[in-house]
Design a binder for this molecule. Structure first.
Ligand SMILES: Nc1ncnc2c1ncn2[C@@H]1O[C@H](COP(=O)(O)OP(=O)(O)OP(=O)(O)O)[C@@H](O)[C@H]1O
Length: 276
């Protein structure tokens, strides 16, 4: 598969104004009860970069993603080892507030999950209460417009901001969830198969949104869709869990290398659809 960047997903120039944080995982292992599901995963996810996590079902991609914003520990039997640094700071350092990490590292899930009865506008600002952020009425309107614009939804909803979020299409709901994540000004946006419940047109729209977000926030995306990984990401990590062993990274690097000249034959077999 060729991974030549199209004009739409062109590389950012050296002078581009890049926001977002650098996220570094070092030797991350994870368990559910006594079962080890991830083994010493190390990965750099840098600002200005969309990093795609790829690999067969059950190899630990979602678990790894959830470790990056401290959601893994919500499962009672879950344990982990290793280090995750957000711009150099250990997010698991004792005493660090989980809410602050979750504000800085947002998450968009597989199934769009807006508050269905809440208005589109209120959905965008729903996260502000959780983070204790206060905004004036005019500031709030500006924030709603800015976030919906960044999520690529503004033009479609600007005349119906008072309508419920649940009245939007699936693809629009997912962009509303992206807008809601952006409202708390995260440094990193984690996306767990954000398009798997969407039709091809909505998928394309979300991919355009990801391309636009790239300079604003560090993006890490789990996807089963190889074309999507090739289209949206600049770096890729291939996860594998072989014969019941815990998941690990076989190979990580620039997306065009992973797709066109990977080092490991298992990577080539996976990206070319020969297994998984
Ligand atoms: N809450 C949980 N309790 C126990 N085991 C779990 C839990 N969540 C995931 N697992 C197990 O951890 C392993 C990794 O799962 P994970 O969902 O991270 O894989 P994945 O690569 O994201 O899979 P998929 O692509 O199918 O979403 C799997 O064996 C799974 O069964």
């Amino acid at each position: 598969m060729s991974t030549q960047a199209t004009e739409e997903f062109a590389p950012i120039g050296p002078d581009a104004d890049v926001h977002g944080a650098n996220l570094h995982a070092r030797d991350v292992s994870a368990w559910f009860g006594r079962r080890k599901v991830l083994d010493r995963v190390s990965l750099d996810m840098n600002a200005g970069t969309v990093t795609a996590l790829i690999g067969p079902s059950g190899c630990g991609k979602s678990t790894f993603l959830r470790i990056l914003n401290r959601m893994h520990e919500l499962v009672p039997s879950a344990a982990l080892a290793g280090e995750v640094r957000l711009d150099g700071e250990d997010i698991y350092e004792p005493g660090r507030r989980i809410t602050e990490t979750r504000r800085r590292v947002g998450m968009v899930f597989q199934k769009p999950n807006p508050f269905p009865a809440m208005s589109i506008a209120d959905n965008v600002t729903a996260g502000l209460k959780l983070t204790g952020t206060r905004v004036s009425r005019s500031g709030r309107d500006e924030l709603i417009e800015a976030c919906l614009t960044r999520a690529g939804l503004w033009k479609e909803v600007r005349d119906r901001l008072r309508q419920p979020g649940g009245a939007l299409s699936g693809g629009q709901q997912q962009r509303l969830c992206i807008a809601r994540s952006l409202a708390v000004e995260p440094d990193v946006l984690l996306m767990d198969e954000p398009c798997s419940a969407l039709d091809p047109t909505s998928t394309r729209r979300i991919e355009e949104t990801i391309a636009e977000l790239r300079t604003q926030v560090t993006v890490v995306i789990v996807t089963h869709n190889m074309q999507q990984a090739a289209r949206v990401s600049q770096r890729c990590a291939f996860f594998l869990a072989e014969d019941g062993a815990p998941g690990h990274i076989v190979e990580a690097g620039p997306t065009d290398v992973i797709f066109n000249e990977p080092t490991d034959p298992r990577t080539a077999d996976y990206v070319h659809g020969r297994f998984g």
